[in-house]
Design a protein around this ligand. Structure first.
Ligand code: NAD
Length: 261
């Protein structure tokens, strides 16, 4: 229980990678502020289950990551009710695919707001408390698309490159305050965000989702295997550990060799 007494705020933790990270941090004893969209009863079942299974305090805040004032209010609520935000995982994200000339302006604005600006607003709200307490871990969930591009993902690639850039800036600014700021850059992880892309592609190509899984993996990764959300959770726990105390400003790839090629 290496994180007992710490409080972790994980955005977009009602599904996929965020939920697995929240679970991994709670398994190490961290109290949780959960966030994300979904049916209220399912979220409440998840919240209560995490609290009971791991013996931690767990709250839920429904902040919309495209609304800066709601992000600041969620950080303030965690500090007021749980005592701190020691670990902040900026994870919420969405996807939309189209060529640049066909990309709807409102999708561009939405992806930039949720996948990029929310990370800035989150860090801005959490860093003062971390500095006061002399300890903090910020983990920004970027992507292999924070380091390299793919077609039809202009907003996502721009946002994730932005996340890697702001991770470095925040890391330098907080380097001697007991705070580390790192970005996790996953390759393919089988979550609802990717399942939708697989289904859309299979429909468009007249293939099966199984065929598209293999095509997605072999097109981008050296290793033809999905990373699991639980493996990303394990990496987040490591970044919070004493072994990672001097690791800061790093984009950490966990991508089956995607960006090595
Ligand atoms: P997911 O769709 O399973 O989960 C996304 C989460 O974000 C959900 O909890 C959802 O409710 C929340 N969310 C979406 N819009 C929100 C908003 N406006 N306000 C608050 N919460 C909101 O997707 P995932 O694959 O788990 O993605 C999590 C992160 O990992 C994203 O930032 C994504 O870009 C990144 N990522 C995913 C993969 C992958 O292959 N799945 C790869 C690299 C990076």
């Amino acid at each position: 229980m290496s994180l007992k007494g710490k409080v972790a705020l994980v955005t977009g933790s009602t599904s996929g990678i965020g939920l697995a990270i929240a679970r991994a941090l709670a398994a190490e004893g961290a109290d949780l502020m959960l966030n994300g969209f979904g049916p209220a009863d399912a979220i409440e079942t998840e919240r209560a289950g995490l609290a009971r299974t791991f013996g931690v305090r767990a709250l839920y805040n429904p902040a919309d990551m495209s609304k800066p004032e709601q992000i600041a209010a969620m950080v303030a609520e965690a500090e007021a009710k749980l005592g701190a935000v020691d670990i902040q995982v900026n994870n919420a994200g969405i996807q939309f695919v189209a060529n640049v000339e066909d990309f709807p302006n409102e999708k561009w604005d939405q992806i930039i707001a949720i996948n990029m600006s929310a990370v800035f607003h989150g860090m801005k709200a959490a860093i003062p408390g971390m500095k006061k307490r002399g300890w903090g871990r910020i983990i920004n969930i970027a992507s292999a698309h924070g380091l390299v591009a793919s077609p039809q993902k202009v907003a996502y690639v721009a946002a994730k490159h932005g996340v890697v850039g702001m991770t470095k800036v925040a890391a330098i600014e907080t380097a001697n305050s007991g705070i580390t700021v790192n970005a996790i850059c996953p390759g393919w992880v089988l979550t609802p965000l990717v399942e939708k892309q697989l289904e859309d592609k299979a429909k468009e190509q007249g293939t099966s989702v199984e065929q598209e899984k293999q095509a997605f993996l072999s097109e981008k990764q050296a290793m033809t295997k999905f990373t699991t959300a639980e493996q990303i959770g394990g990496l987040a726990v490591f970044l919070c550990s004493e072994s990672a105390a001097t690791m800061t400003g790093a984009p950490v790839s966990i991508d089956g060799g995607w960006v090595a090629q």
